[in-house]
Design a protein around this ligand. Structure first.
Ligand SMILES: [Zn+2]
Length: 319
């Protein structure tokens, strides 16, 4: 399996080299590229890098970063990137990005989750029902065998970016990476980093304010547990509907309906990558509100505030 993947990537890269100068010409105005895994990382990176780089995210809208497979075209583009900024614990990154390092030796990899206090959820089964489960686990096993210095940890809760506290650490890691890549611009990066941090602090205090209102919820339900770090930051109880990456069984659904009432849940968050039927079903039985959110959005601040606003008891519009 592994050999096959490497072969595939090598041949894709070979095609890329052959056709590289004929495919897309931008009259010499092409900026160097930094590739990131998901849109929120593009937001943080652009905030500090300005327009010095074109920042590209690997996982497109509507796809899940745990199970995404890049297209051959994306692999070609990635080989042209100067650097890859990754969280370091997302399924897609484990399966693909590290392996790419063997095939694109010039690519600098930076771990944006460095220094973050990680949450471990064991047993970790971050697999979607539609995904080839056995494959994923096989990849993960292979991966831990590799002695590549930055050994990925199994069972890490991967949704690290959904937390203003973590976002500041991510921003710091981006700052360091950019300075390593271009020392001359250090002062400009630092200035932008400070601006971003003030914004992140403001978001944090807005969330704190909303969650400290007397009617604010202390527990919430969510289809896919993307708000683990958010819940830790603000002392909230996250109740996932998904069970081990799969749809809940009828018995589990029944239990969730009970939990919903016991924990005084008013809000069920759903994400665009996942079917919301189960959430709707629970909502119908319990009188709770289903609130669509997108933690993979470029508009990271808006999404964080949307979550807090829904929990604050303020009226939210259902889509
Ligand atoms: Zn996820």
């Amino acid at each position: 399996m592994k050999k096959l993947l490497i072969l595939l990537i090598s041949s894709v890269l070979m095609i890329a080299c052959k056709s590289g100068n004929g495919s897309k010409k931008d009259a010499g105005t092409e900026k160097p590229v930094i590739t990131v895994t998901i849109e929120p990382l593009r937001y943080f990176t652009e905030a500090i890098a300005g327009d010095e780089y074109t920042v590209v995210s690997m996982v497109p809208k509507g796809s899940s970063p745990e199970t995404y497979d890049p297209t051959p075209q994306q692999l070609v583009e990635l080989a042209k990137s100067k650097a890859y900024f990754r969280i370091g614990h997302i399924g897609f990154e484990r399966v693909w990005a590290d392996r790419l390092a063997d095939n694109a030796p010039h690519l600098q990899f930076f771990e944006l989750s460095r220094g973050i206090e990680l949450i471990f959820d064991t047993p970790h089964q971050h697999v979607h029902s539609s995904a080839p489960e056995s494959n994923y686990q096989e990849e993960e096993m292979h991966h831990t065998d590799e002695a590549d210095g930055e050994r990925p940890l199994l069972g890490v809760e991967p949704h690290i970016w959904n937390s203003p506290t973590n976002a500041q650490i991510i921003a710091g890691n981006i700052l360091n990476a950019l300075c390593l890549m271009n020392k001359q611009n250090e002062s400009v990066y630092l200035e932008r980093y400070n601006t971003l941090c003030r914004k992140l602090e403001r978001t944090d205090s807005l969330i704190c304010n909303m969650l400290s209102t007397p009617n604010a919820d202390r527990a919430f339900m969510i289809y896919h547990p993307a708000l683990s770090y958010f819940a830790r930051d603000y002392d909230l109880y996250q109740i996932p509907i998904e069970a081990g990456g799969k749809e809940p069984s009828p018995a589990q659904l029944k239990e969730l309906i009970n939990t919903c009432k016991e924990e005084n849940v008013h809000v069920i968050f759903v994400q665009p990558e996942f079917d919301r039927r189960n959430a709707d079903l629970i909502a119908k039985q319990t009188g709770t509100t289903v609130v669509p959110i997108n933690p993979l959005s470029y508009d990271w601040e808006d999404e964080m505030l949307k979550v807090a606003r829904a929990l604050s008891g303020e009226k939210t519009t259902e889509e």
